[in-house]
Design a protein around this ligand. Structure first.
Ligand code: KG4
Ligand code: ZN
Length: 342
């Protein structure tokens, strides 16, 4: 089964071709960073318009990269939610139109399911069951994953997502957009112990998160920098301290989730999983616990078409299909998903 995957839920147009037996045949990504940078965040209407310009040409490029034509496709999968409605509709409508024209099965994919199954794009994919930590710009949650569509929510952020905290920290320090990579870059060479920032909710006996207080703590510290602005050292130390606080908080809750579920494997997915310091911190923690740790490569932590082609392929191959009336949904809780249905 050869599935074309289309991702347009936010500000990246991602297209990929996944073959059930051969794996990933080709993938391409167009990032809209340059369009949204001037506004300090994603402008939904501009995102939709750029997806319209990019989606069809990118599909042709991916097919050419793989040496395939439309006749070689067995199914089409496009992200149906959660995400920006207008942006989602571009990929979804393109996918449905293509499937209709070629008489192919079509499926709308859950963006977070695609993220948490993304470690299977790599060699030595994790076996079920595992604990998944999903850390993106819109979501931060821990789930027990016992199979495709078997997701039990263990905890989630009560306010900001971890990626949102990176983005807001970058904004208040004037580091630009997107914030995660900007903070990580600024943190290089900084002292992670320079500022005493909170590890929110780590002492609470649950698996929920809260990142808005951490953002406020960074704001308060940034006010101590003086009217002449901040030195490079100050910014590096504050970013390194912030990054450490996020990584440690996420790790402590993930370790607790492993302990409470008795599971031995942890999967980390979503854009914040691309953070190099977080990956180091988790690697050391997992080794000490003797737990298995799986990340997608950094480019497949952030939004991409490969994860959508892969997740869509799993469900299409099991016989699941959507009708032509399938629409996009801005809000779609992960727990509402069920195993593939015929
Ligand atoms: O998964 P993703 O690409 O999109 C969503 O589904 O939200 O995640 C985007 C988030 C943004 O908040 C971005 O700042 C963050 O992931 N991010 C990072 C890094 N790369 C992306 N955060 C920390 N370090 C990074 N290297
Ligand atoms: Zn995402």
């Amino acid at each position: 089964m050869r599935t074309l995957g289309i991702e347009t839920s936010c500000d990246e147009t991602g297209i990929a071709l996944w073959d059930e037996s051969e794996g990933l045949l080709a993938h391409r990504l167009h990032s809209q960073t340059a369009i949204h940078a001037a506004y300090g965040g994603v402008v939904p209407e501009l995102a939709s318009r750029d997806h319209i310009r990019r989606t069809a040409p990118l599909i042709e490029q991916v097919l050419a990269d793989a040496g395939c034509g439309y006749a070689d496709l067995d199914g089409i999968a496009a992200t149906a939610g959660p995400g920006l409605l207008g942006a989602l509709l571009v990929g979804l409508s393109t996918g449905k139109a293509l499937a209709f024209a070629r008489d192919l099965p079509f499926l709308g994919v859950h963006h977070l399911e695609a993220h948490l199954l993304a470690p299977a794009l790599e060699e030595a994919p994790p076996a079920f069951p595992f604990v998944a930590l999903l850390v993106s710009g819109g979501h931060t949650l821990l789930a027990e994953v016992t199979g495709v569509g078997h997701y039990r929510l263990l905890g989630q952020s009560l306010d900001d997502a971890a990626g949102e905290a990176f983005d807001k920290t970058a904004k208040l320090l004037g580091l630009g957009y997107p914030g995660g990579p900007a903070v990580a870059h600024a943190a290089a060479g900084g002292d992670p112990t320079a500022f005493d920032l909170p590890r929110p909710m780590v002492d609470k006996p649950n698996l929920d998160f809260s990142f808005s207080g951490l953002k406020t703590a960074v704001l308060n510290q940034s006010k101590t920098g003086g009217p002449a602005g901040h030195s490079d050292r100050f910014v590096a130390d504050l970013c390194a301290s912030f990054q450490e606080a996020v990584a440690e908080t996420l790790w402590r809750k993930s370790a607790r989730a492993l302990k409470e579920t008795g599971l031995e494997r942890l999967v980390v997915a979503g854009g914040v999983g691309a953070n190099a310091r977080l990956r180091e911190h988790f690697a050391a923690g997992a080794e000490a616990l003797g737990a298995g740790l799986h990340f997608p490569r950094p480019a497949f932590c952030t939004d991409n078409g490969a994860m959508v082609a892969h997740a869509g392929s799993l469900r299409l191959a099991a016989g699941e299909r959507d009708g032509w009336n399938r629409s996009a949904v801005a809000r779609w809780p992960l727990e509402e998903l069920r195993p593939p249905k015929k």
